[in-house]
Design a protein around this ligand. Structure first.
Ligand code: GDP
Ligand code: MG
Length: 760
């Protein structure tokens, strides 16, 4: 099958075009660096089917980050039949910089002038024909978003792919053209493919190239000693970049008629004046974040609670009583949660009644109702809140706001040894650690990347949300505490704070390194695309539900069996659960968790917390699913009603074990910070390499253990706080002393700075 590659700057619309051509639903984000690995799909409307490959965004073919290497190698080594170079027409000058480099490769190419709708809206006039004449490859105007011009683009690309194209360079008139020619001849002598392209990169003394062709590189170095350009001395790199830009300006300016708008601020500029304000930017972000969490978790919307008249919802006595709140208005997230909870518990009731009515054996009723349904429903009921939170984040991302947040946070991140770029993977971590860890490939500094991968699980993911909410809810139900949503927020904050401290320590001890300058183009704001949002949500929902009915279901069945059979494999009724295999294992490990509050000190059923934490290593939802599965046997008598969904299951566990609040908080903290689920562990392993990965496992275990026991001890005996404060102060003092004068986190390698500016 023929293969066309999509190459272009980050955020130029490659994935949108990819989805439009192939009918896929890959993630589109108004954020540079969303696609970090290549993806393939098929276009069917040409005379023969064509594989379309979506590549990570690149500014130039001199790679700085792992994702950029992926794109470059694909174009050079895999020899696609055509490269579709997608160009953001609202940003021609910068985008064509890459085009002039692809032009040097011996590969058929067409330029897709994307976002033509934006150009028209701004009143500018762009003539593709003129540009085509100047550049010498087909140029097609398209709008990937509106689906305009796609067939024309593919028609031209198909035509182009039928004939080979020889690379040509735009550096003809420069002072180094002879040097490039000599290098090219030398490389051709060595039978190197794409000799022209490699020759130019050699003259730039591109790192990869110098490594690949050391002999020719020496030739360039020799030549350099005798060379002097009027403006740039012997900085070949600069001469070439300058020549490319000169060529671009000369040729595209005749194709573009700009409407005069020197005195109007664009809408995005106006919004940015407020949202990226020097002082207000961060407070505004925090308020927005709080609002999102409030809309998802609060049972007392806008804190109106006390102001509401008694019986504000006229639903008393109906099944819907309490769904919309009692004592305060429930947030949309909680309302949806309650509705689903109502549905699943009635369904569970119907099924168990039917089974009992049909006189099914007692153990089978237990397995299906307590074991399977109890576990799966306990997890599923959190789906609405996960989706809502995810929807809010998608809106922020698609509108272009998240890119601004990275920008305003860069100043603060820098103090911790990170660049603003690390913000995106972290925010993605709230959804799922797996894509978040992959996304760290956008970070240029390897050590920054390692440190970021390690702390990503601390940004509590969707699967951990049931743990947070169910335990917070259980605490509220049992101890009569109001505002359990504040416990949930608090736990998110704990994760973030621990992540910051960990990064700070790592970046000034084992993971020292320069923080690359953060230069990112801010995308224009636009209204979030409904279709995009729905695609994101659908993906998330599908994944979550699939997981609930596969991994989680399988785990709950296993848990049920090993909690109802003894070592001699005889069936045990509910009351004898303490003699089961599961209990045996749990009790064996229990002492380990004594410093965390859920070890030897809690009652007969205390082992349940230990096994729940262990099942969480498979999937974090399992923690609550395990409570759901076991609650049926343990609790008879501790909860008023039959429903054993998440929160009630936890409340009943609290009743049965008499565990205290500090230990429960420590339990959340431990689960949040410890080794993440299977999938995240596998991803970390793939991204980190073996040695770093092993250290990372140790790091997760130690961090979770230490921080969780700190929470327990301080909660139980408040004065221990002073001991911890002293230890932490000492630790930080040591780190600072150790680094005094040695490193400066703000330090930036000047050469790199120039290069990064140049690619803008
Ligand atoms: P990628 O990073 O190159 O893969 O870019 P994406 O496909 O993720 O798109 C980046 C942003 O540009 C998204 O917000 C898209 O909705 C938007 N976008 C893509 N194509 C067009 C277009 O033709 N017109 C407009 N106005 N926006 C577009
Ligand atoms: Mg993309």
């Amino acid at each position: 099958m023929m293969r066309f590659a999509l190459a272009g700057n980050p955020n130029s619309g490659k994935t949108t075009l990819f989805n439009g051509l192939t009918g896929s639903t890959a993630h589109v984000g108004n954020w540079p660096g969303v696609t970090v690995d290549k993806k393939e799909g098929t276009y069917k409307k040409c005379p023969e089917p064509i594989a379309i490959v979506d590549l990570p965004g690149i500014y130039s073919l001199s790679p700085y980050t792992p994702e950029e290497v992926i794109s470059r190698n694909f174009i050079l080594d895999e020899k696609p039949d055509c490269v579709i170079n997608i160009v953001d027409a609202t940003n021609l000058e910068r985008n064509l910089y890459l085009s002039t480099q692809i032009l040097e490769i011996d590969v058929p190419m067409v330029i897709a002038l994307n976002m033509i709708d934006e150009v028209e809206k701004s009143g500018d006039l762009l003539e593709a024909k003129k540009l085509e004449e100047k550049i010498g490859v087909p140029v097609v105007e398209i709008s990937a978003l509106k689906g305009r011009g796609l067939d024309e683009l593919m028609k031209r690309a198909y035509e182009a792919s039928q004939n080979p194209r020889k690379g040509r360079t735009v550096l003809e008139g420069t002072s180094i053209v002879h040097l490039i020619g000599d290098c090219k001849i030398a490389l051709e002598g060595q039978k190197v493919d794409n000799a022209l392209f490699h020759a130019v990169k050699l003259v730039e003394l591109d790192e990869l190239e110098v490594k690949a062709h050391p002999d020719s590189a020496r030739m360039v170095e020799e030549f350099k000693k005798t060379f002097e350009d009027d403006t740039f001395g012997c900085d070949f790199d600069a001469i070439i970049a300058d020549a490319r830009y000169k060529y671009i300006t000369k040729n595209y300016s005749s194709a573009l008629v700009k409407k005069d708008k020197s005195d109007v601020l664009t809408r995005s500029d106006k919004i940015d004046r407020v949202l990226t304000h020097k002082f207000w930017g961060i407070p505004i972000f925090l308020v927005i974040l709080f609002a999102l969490f409030h809309l998802t978790f609060s049972e007392n919307l806008l804190f109106l609670g006390a102001a509401l008249p008694e019986g504000w919802v006229a639903l008393e006595g109906t099944v819907l009583e309490g769904v919309f709140g009692d004592g305060g208005i429930n947030s949309p997230g909680v309302v949806l949660f309650n509705l689903l909870d109502l549905a699943t518990s009635s369904l569970g009731g119907v099924i168990s009644d039917a089974m009992v009515g049909a006189e099914v054996a007692e153990w089978a009723v237990g397995l299906v109702c307590d074991g399977m349904l109890g576990g799966v429903f306990a997890v599923l009921s959190f789906l609405p809140q996960i989706l809502l939170l995810f929807l809010f984040f998608s809106i922020l991302e698609d509108s272009g706001y998240m890119a601004r947040v990275a920008f305003i946070l860069d100043r603060i991140f820098r103090k911790f040894g990170l660049s603003g770029r690390a913000f995106m993977p972290m925010i993605m971590g709230f959804g799922c650690s797996v894509p978040a860890m992959v996304n760290t490939r956008t970070l240029a500094d390897e050590k920054e990347r390692i440190a970021t991968i390690r702390v990503i699980p601390f940004f509590s993911c969707g699967a951990k949300l049931p743990i947070l909410t169910a335990i917070a809810g259980g605490i509220g139900l049992t101890f009569g505490l109001p505002h359990t949503d504040l416990i949930t927020y608090g736990m998110y904050v704990v994760g973030i704070v621990v992540a910051i401290c960990a990064v700070l320590i790592m970046r000034s001890t084992t993971m020292k390194g320069e923080v690359p300058p953060f230069i990112m183009e801010l995308p224009t704001y636009h209204a979030p695309q409904f279709k995009n949002l729905m695609i994101h949500l659908w993906d998330k929902a599908k994944h979550f539900v699939q997981k609930a009915f596969t991994i989680i279901l399988a785990s709950t069945i296993v848990i049920w069996f090993i909690s109802h059979f003894s070592w001699s494999w005889t069936y045990l009724p509910d009351e004898q659960i303490n003699d089961s295999i599961l209990a045996g294992v749990g009790k064996l490990l229990q002492p380990l968790f004594t410093p965390l509050g859920f070890g030897s000190q809690i009652g007969a059923f205390g082992w349940v917390f230990v096994v729940a934490a262990i099942t969480g290593l498979i999937a974090k939802e399992n923690v609550i699913a395990t409570f759901g599965t076991l609650a049926g046997c343990i609790t008879a008598g501790f909860v008023a009603d039959e429903s054993l969904e998440g929160i009630d299951a936890v409340a009943s566990m609290i009743g049965a074990t008499e565990i205290g609040v500090p230990a429960l908080i420590a339990f959340i903290v431990f689960n949040m910070l410890t080794i993440p689920c299977f999938a995240a562990v596998a991803t970390a392993k793939a991204e980190l390499g073996k040695k770093k990965f092993n250290m990372t496992l140790v790091f997760w275990v130690v961090t979770s253990y230490v921080v969780a026991s700190m929470f327990y001890l301080v909660g139980q005996w408040w004065w221990t706080m002073f001991i911890f404060l002293a230890v932490w102060a000492l630790l930080f003092a040591l780190v600072i002393l150790n680094n005094k004068g040695k490193i400066d986190l703000d330090k930036v390698n000047p050469k790199r700075l120039i290069k990064q500016f140049r690619r803008k």
